[in-house]
Ligand binder design. Structure first.
Ligand code: GBH
Length: 485
């Protein structure tokens, strides 16, 4: 595929990290290979009612077996980093601190990381991207219980002991806010607990997401303490958390909409970022999330405060925020969660905030990204890594080969978003940009029907990897935009 990239000056620093992300359960497959234990995503997605196409991640993109081919492809893209996650139940099949370690799991990830490094690609490693060992869910309801903290810290220690010589950038948790809400309020992601669901309601969604969030925060704090006090925090190494934050723009100029938007931001970023960067839940978060929000002890406030070396940001889109009205009913994850916040994509005059994409929640709105970056730096004062950003083209799933490879819509999205980073380069320190995703993959509740990759996966033809036009474009564009070493 031929791409035309306009001339661009090298404006990003030579050490700017650039690459793509995936997560273990979304790409690996081979759920039973080499002693791996089951995770809550195996259990959840093997029930065909839980995914759009009725399929599980049993095969995914088969990356557990095709890792050499994947690394070669990545190298051809010219990336300097790859963000991926470790499968907890490959490393400790039953998950707990007294359970045996699986040497084959460790061996796999070591050879994988060594191969990345040998190809000039920096591993950016997430410990937990949602695939909790099923045994821990069964034993004490997973993150609903405080017991998870010791098991999570033990798993982190096993990872630090075995991989720290190969890893400079550690991420503890991917999107704790999404895990808590989708798994324990909406119930459309594992462990699928929701008292709001019509089919088999489980748990108490008024309290559980908040308890899960709390236990995730304490786990993160305890892991950061281990990292720093256990001698792992050597020069050049960093550890942080990744939060999913969309920008909430006031729907109109009224004070009500402005307050609603501030509430939205508070419950999306402050909920996790305030304890981590500033200490404790913010007053506004306490108000918006209400009396079910657990309280930290003074020791826990200190444990969690300052526990992330950077702000890891997964960002996809922007919403318009107003106070609720009778005629609009909110289906959005956060809108369901917060009283007094209505999430919409239509302005008062009916025009839309951005063009439709291949999934309803992910409209491109690059100016919202710019406002968000300014807001996050002003509020939390940390270096930012973009750890996920991406989109699906309209009807991408219904478009056949070879037209599907012409993903100009994705190219425009990436360009517009990266251009915001360049525009802010002297005022907001963004240290890296990781696109979602390297490959089309198992998109959780959407199954294989939502294709976020710069690489097309031909599910009908032995999972063949075919670079989309965006892959070629990004290689050219980032190759020019990042200064040479
Ligand atoms: C990320 O989540 C994940 O980290 C990644 O694994 C995933 O593949 C990728 O993005 C693409 O989805 O019910 O209308 O509120 C993104 C955060 C939050 C986006 C939940 C979809 C549900 C839409 N997700 N949200 S709604």
């Amino acid at each position: 595929i031929a791409v035309e990239v306009p001339p661009v000056a090298a404006q990003l620093p030579a050490d700017f990290l650039w690459g793509y992300a995936t997560a273990a359960y979304q790409v690996e497959g081979s759920p039973e290979a080499d002693g791996r234990g089951l995770s809550i995503w195996d259990t959840f997605s093997r029930d065909p009612r839980h995914t759009e196409d009725g399929k599980s991640g049993d095969i995914a993109t088969d990356s557990y077996r095709r890792w050499e081919e994947d690394i070669a492809l990545m190298k051809s893209y010219g990336v300097t980093a790859y963000r991926f996650s470790l499968s907890w139940s490959r490393i400790i099949p039953l998950g707990g601190k007294d359970d045996p370690i699986n040497p084959a799991g460790i061996e796999f990830y070591r050879k994988f990381m060594k191969a990345l490094i040998a190809n000039g690609i920096e591993p950016m490693v997430t410990l937990f991207h949602w695939d909790l060992p099923q045994a821990l869910q069964d034993k004490y309801t997973g993150f609903c219980s405080r017991q998870v903290v010791d098991d999570f810290v033990n798993y982190a220690k096993v990872c630090f002991d075995n991989f720290n010589d190969l890893v400079n950038l550690w991420i503890t948790i991917n999107e704790p806010n999404v895990y808590a809400l989708m798994g324990h309020l909406v119930g459309t992601q594992a462990p699928g607990r929701s008292s709001n669901r019509e089919i088999s309601p489980e748990g108490d969604s008024a309290t559980e997401p908040l308890i899960v969030g709390h236990n995730l925060l304490i786990s993160h704090g305890a892991i950061a303490k281990l990292f720093r006090e256990g001698g792992y925090n050597l020069p050049g190494k960093k550890l942080g958390i990744v939060i999913n934050v969309n920008w909430g723009e006031p729907y109109d100029d009224t004070p009500e909409s402005k307050e609603a938007a501030a509430d939205f931001m508070s419950a999306s970023s402050d909920w996790f970022a305030h304890p981590v960067y500033l200490g404790d839940y913010s007053e506004r978060t306490k108000q918006v999330l209400g009396p079910n929000l657990p309280t930290f002890t003074p020791e826990e406030i200190e444990l969690v405060k300052g526990s992330s070396d950077f702000f890891g940001l997964n960002h996809y889109t922007t919403y318009l925020i107003r106070r609720p009205t009778a005629e609009v009913s909110t289906t959005n994850m956060l809108g369901r969660f917060m009283k007094g916040v209505e999430v919409t994509v239509n302005y008062p005059d009916g025009t839309e905030i951005g063009p439709k994409a291949g999934l309803s929640w992910v409209r491109p709105v690059a100016w919202g990204f710019k406002k968000l970056l300014q807001y996050l730096y002003k509020t939390y004062g940390k270096d930012i890594y973009i750890t996920e950003n991406g989109v699906i083209c309209p009807d991408e799933n219904k478009t056949p080969l070879p037209e599907v490879l012409n993903d100009d819509y994705r190219i425009k999205y990436f360009r517009d978003y990266i251009d915001q980073i360049i525009a802010l380069k002297d005022t907001v320190p963004v240290k890296g940009y990781i696109g979602w995703s390297f490959l089309d993959n198992f998109e959780w509740q959407e199954g294989y029907t939502a294709r976020f990759g710069v690489t097309y996966i031909d599910y009908e033809n032995d999972l063949k990897r075919i670079p989309k036009k965006s892959a070629y474009y990004m290689t050219e564009y980032m190759g020019k935009a990042i200064a040479k070493k």
